[in-house]
Design a protein around this ligand. Structure first.
Ligand SMILES: [Zn+2]
Length: 95
């Protein structure tokens, strides 16, 4: 993540222009969403693109769906068989 952050900030001038003209790649999109509370300027810049880009609107919907499914999965109890399998995998990796 640290490398990604430095890459995003390295060419800030080009970056601001690029985000208006084309879709951010997956890493940059994730960074924009995760840093929205800390960097409103960056988020608002993307928001201008998002409002007119069907592709990014679909990408955000898929990300939201992913987290809904992930949240549902995390809240479910894990079966003992899955715990046993995970322990065996971890032991095999340590050996
Ligand atoms: Zn886009």
């Amino acid at each position: 993540m640290k490398n990604n952050l430095s890459r995003f900030w390295r060419d800030e001038g080009q970056y601001w222009e690029a985000i208006e003209e084309r879709c951010p790649d997956a890493g940059l999109l994730e960074y924009i969403l995760l840093s929205a509370h800390h960097d409103r300027k960056l988020f608002e810049q993307f928001q201008q693109h998002f409002l007119v880009c069907d592709t990014c609107q679909r990408r955000i919907s898929l990300i939201e769906l992913y987290y809904v499914i992930l949240d549902r999965e995390i809240r479910q109890a894990v079966s003992p068989a899955v715990v046993d399998m995970a322990q065996k995998l971890a032991e095999a990796e340590q050996a």
